[in-house]
Design a protein around this ligand. Structure first.
Ligand code: MN
Length: 233
C-alpha cells in the first residue's frame, strides 16, 4: 500500500554501479574536512586538529559524464577529488574493526566548493552550507563493489582539468583511514545503508570555470569525467 502524499514524493537520488545495470540509492552525503596533510598546509590550517564532518544534500550527486552548471554567487569554485565510500549498512558507534562490514563499495567523486563563500562563512563563524552544499556539488563516478575491489588502503588519486594534472595524491596519505572515519562519524550520527562518505582531498585544489573538462581517477576503483557548464539562466 502506498502512502497518500500531499505532493509527489521527490525522486530517489542514485549512483551507477560499475558493471551492473542496478543503481545505488543515495540517502545522505557525508564529507570529511582536512584529511590529507598537504591540503591542510595549502589551506593554512592546524595540522594536529582532528578531522570533522559536514554534509551535502543527496540530490547534489552528478553522474559520470554529467555537466555541472557553474553555481550562483561564487567567483571561485574549487575542485576537490576524493575517495567515496558507499554504505550498505550502518549503526551507531561502529567499532573500527567492524567498519568495513558496512561498506558496499567505493567510487571517485568531487567535493565541489564555493571557496570564496566557504572562507567567508568560516571567518564569520557561520555554517558551511553556502560553500559546500549547493546544487550539483557532488559529482560521483560509478560505485565499484568492495566484493570486487577489496578495501583499498593505497592507490593513486588524481584529478586533471583539460588534460592537465592538478591533484596527484595517494590513498596511503589519508590521515584518518576509512574504518576510522566510519567509526568516528557513527559516534555523531546513526549511519545507514545508502549513506555515502567523501573522505577528504589531497593537495592541489584550485579554481575551475565554465568549459572545463574534469577527469578524476582512483587507482583500482574507477574514473569520473564531468564538464563545468555555463551558469543556469
Ligand atoms: Mn573535501
Amino acid at each position: 500500500m502506498s502512502a497518500d502524499y500531499v505532493i509527489p514524493p521527490p525522486p530517489q537520488p542514485s549512483l551507477a554501479v560499475a558493471g551492473s545495470s542496478k543503481l545505488f540509492p543515495v540517502r545522505r552525503i557525508w564529507c570529511v574536512g582536512r584529511n590529507y596533510i598537504e591540503h591542510i598546509r595549502e589551506m593554512g590550517q592546524d595540522e594536529r586538529a582532528p578531522p570533522f564532518f559536514f554534509a551535502k544534500p543527496a540530490d547534489a550527486v552528478v553522474p559520470d559524464g554529467g555537466t555541472v552548471p557553474y553555481p550562483s554567487l561564487t567567483k571561485d569554485m574549487h575542485h576537490e577529488v576524493e575517495l567515496v565510500v558507499a554504505l550498505k549498512s550502518g549503526g551507531r558507534s561502529i567499532p573500527v574493526a567492524k567498519a568495513n562490514d558496512c561498506i558496499y563499495g567505493y567510487a571517485v567523486g568531487i567535493d565541489l566548493t564555493r571557496r570564496d563563500l566557504q572562507i567567508a562563512s568560516r571567518d564569520l563563524k557561520r555554517p558551511w552550507e553556502v560553500g559546500k552544499a549547493f546544487d550539483s556539488s557532488a559529482p560521483c563516478g560509478p560505485i565499484k563493489p568492495a566484493s570486487e575491489s577489496g578495501h583499498p588502503s593505497k592507490g593513486k588519486i588524481t584529478l586533471k582539468v583539460n588534460g592537465k594534472l592538478r591533484q596527484d595524491g595517494d590513498l596511503n596519505q589519508l590521515i584518518w583511514n576509512v574504518p576510522e572515519i566510519i567509526a568516528k562519524l557513527s559516534d555523531m550520527v546513526a549511519l545507514a545503508a545508502g549513506d555515502i562518505i567523501m573522505t577528504g582531498t589531497p593537495a592541489g585544489v584550485a579554481a575551475t570555470i565554465a568549459g572545463d573538462k574534469i577527469e578524476c581517477e582512483v587507482e583500482g576503483i574507477g574514473k569520473l569525467s564531468v564538464t563545468i557548464g555555463p551558469p543556469l539562466k
